[in-house]
Design a protein around this ligand. Sequence first.
Ligand SMILES: NC(=O)c1ccc[n+]([C@@H]2O[C@H](COP(=O)([O-])OP(=O)(O)OC[C@H]3O[C@@H](n4cnc5c(N)ncnc54)[C@H](OP(=O)(O)O)[C@@H]3O)[C@@H](O)[C@H]2O)c1
Length: 316
Amino acid sequence: MKKEMKAALYDQFDGPSKVKSGTIELPELKEGEVLIKIKAAGVNPVDTVITKGYYKNMMPHSFPIIPGWDMAGVIEARGHAARRFEVGDEVYAYARRPEVKWGTFAEYIIIPDSYLSKRPKNVSMEEAAGIPLAGLTAYQSLFKAGKLAKGQKLLILGASGGVGSFAIQLAKTKGAEVIGVASSKNHDYMRSLGADHTIDYKGQDIGEAVKQIFPEGVDLIFDCTSGESLQQSLKCLKADGKLVSILNQGDDLDPKIDHEFVFVEPNALQLDHLSELVDQGKVKVNVGQTFSLDETAKALEQIETLHTTGKIVIVP
Ligand SMILES: NC(=O)c1ccc[n+]([C@@H]2O[C@H](COP(=O)([O-])OP(=O)(O)OC[C@H]3O[C@@H](n4cnc5c(N)ncnc54)[C@H](OP(=O)(O)O)[C@@H]3O)[C@@H](O)[C@H]2O)c1
């Protein structure tokens, strides 16, 4: 039976202001896929970037596009062989598909069940929806690319944002010593997440400020921000240290620096691990603001500022 749903939609690359709510018919449920009633959808800076067409040469796009890659919801129906979960299970996912088309700022999504994990039980749907993309980015950057180990010294640039907030907490689960960089209004917040030291990126050189704290430098820099912060920080990276960036692909960096660019991948096993850490109370999610589907453009404009604290979530 055909099913229509309400969704945020756009049909040209014209930025967030052209994203409007409307109705669209869902595709058929196919082999390996499930139908999910979306309860909440996390908003990330990339959602705004995509509305401007910046990814159009990297991934196929098909208009009209529903934005959004993060969601938490309830399974309503299962296709052939989609048996990892039961109808009624509460799940969450980083739902980046190979084609940009069916996003999460909608009432429903149809997606292969390989993307899904059971959502953490001890948080709300809104909090769960704020985890996948940012949580997996921090996880893959620190644990896979950065191979962060107990006792290492870590500098996080942009540590009060969506990704940085998870990075502080995940680093503390490994026993690392963390310096968080953000504006001073967010220093108490970063400390509440576990940061051992905080630095303001305004009015001082970050590399010099780090050397005041760790004269021998840091083992790992996790770069979640643009601007001059990264260049200033490189002077405090130990000679055998590593830089992991989610923004800088290395073109303007000294080739002697051990550098890795991370582009976050969907990974349900890692999401299972994040659920455990959240349920054990080791990782918390701070939802700063919620918006309705009709307010999607406003949510995208807010995330575009790159000065959001915690996560923004859309509740359809
Ligand atoms: N490659 C990937 O897979 C991937 C994945 C996720 C995100 N990203 C990208 O990574 C960036 C961060 O994402 P997010 O979701 O964490 O963004 P966000 O929630 O907007 O957070 C941005 C953070 O950067 C801080 N900041 C702003 N200007 C700064 C500066 N000059 N120096 C140091 N910190 C600064 C902000 O602190 P204040 O508010 O205190 O200024 C805030 O803590 C975005 O550009 C996003 O597109 C890439």
